[in-house]
Design a protein around this ligand. Sequence first.
Ligand code: UD1
Length: 432
Amino acid sequence: MDRIVIAGGKPLRGKVQISGSKNATLPLMAAALLANSPSVIRNVPELRDVQYMADCLRSLGADVEYGDHMLRIDPRGFSISEAPYDIVRKMRASIYVMGPMLARLRRARVSLPGGCAIGSRPIDLHLKGFEELGARINLEHGDVIAEVERLRGKEFNLSGAAGSSVGATCNVAMAATLAEGTTVIHGPAREPEVVELLGFLSRMGARIEIIRGRSLRITGVEGLDGADHTVLSDRIEAGTFMTAAAITRGDIMIEYACVDHMEAVIGKLREIGVCLDEMHEGIRVRGDVEEYHPTTIQTWTYPGFPTDLQAQFMALLSVVPGQSLIREGIYVDRFLHAAELIRMGADIRVLSGSATIQGVDHLGGAPVMASDLRASAALVVAGLAAEGTTLINRVYHIDRGYEFMERKLQQLGADVARITDNEPDEAAVASA
Ligand code: UD1
């Protein structure tokens, strides 16, 4: 099991390039199954989660080539309508194959994903959407089984108690592209990764309209063709590097960041006192100009502040003088990283869905444990600024979602190294 060791205290300086978005790539891969011919996806990050999804598609009969930041997915052998537990337990996003299975094979048997480190993550909205399209849903021995003679378009609302669902919107929209008639989905997620998927589906021949930015109208077609698509850059990776520059009081240029998708994040950094300048080459982030001030963050669905940057901002705020508050609107229990940051000297109190952070003068390096993908990133961010050495265990979480993280940090001058042990990875529990 690999570990990352950081000797903290060096301000980051230099340039970093943001990779393609993991959360955009995964639904695109599933969508390729809907076509009658191969698709090519470019600017694909080299990540464990992409490998898992590739394995998942192969297990369903598709042919997948993955290398040089490119995927070629030939869905012509796609004929298996079962995704086994062994694959789903490794990555929750494998649930994305359910929509294409129903649309193309009229049957889907997928293991129900279990809980994960960021809390309970039901799939009731995915199933509700499939039912609205006419599927019969049953649960058998931990698997969800959905069956339908022909999916039929319908008008329905897909939002839940925590707002819209990225996963359910992607899954149900994919199914609706091949349904008979017109589907109108009210309350869809509007995250850039969802819009990316809708663009890919349209390029494949799907008929999709976004109505007043609030609903989707999808008119079913008889078949879809493969398409060629370049993935947008990862806004969560960009936000993570922004917090890393800010906490180390560094000065970095972030290239290929989709700043248009990061308004809430950039707004909060400016409120804290971080200088961000949009320039021709990218966005320059300077943490060495102004005093920092505390802030209040409420995570919510896009265009709100993303839950996937909550942990990294908690690390930053732990050294911002004064009292900050974070309210988690998406995953109320997503605070496992707080306990690890406290081990590094942070002053954080977590109470029912929110955390109060009293800024301390400095953090101290310590051995810590990564609990999920974004929590691991937060520990790296904290370690970069901490006095002394931080040893982060369970690094496999980072490898799921950050391409070449320590290499990119080294290029920015950080004292970061990976220790590779020969012990096998612990069973990776599914996370964001
Ligand atoms: C995606 C992202 C994840 C991010 C999350 C929220 C991927 C691969 N993962 O996850 O990184 O943290 O969006 O931005 O893109 N919910 C239900 N029932 C459902 C589905 C969701 O109640 O059927 C709830 C969830 O528990 C959560 C909220 O809706 O409170 C949002 O979840 P959702 O947007 O579906 O997240 P994911 O697609 O799983």
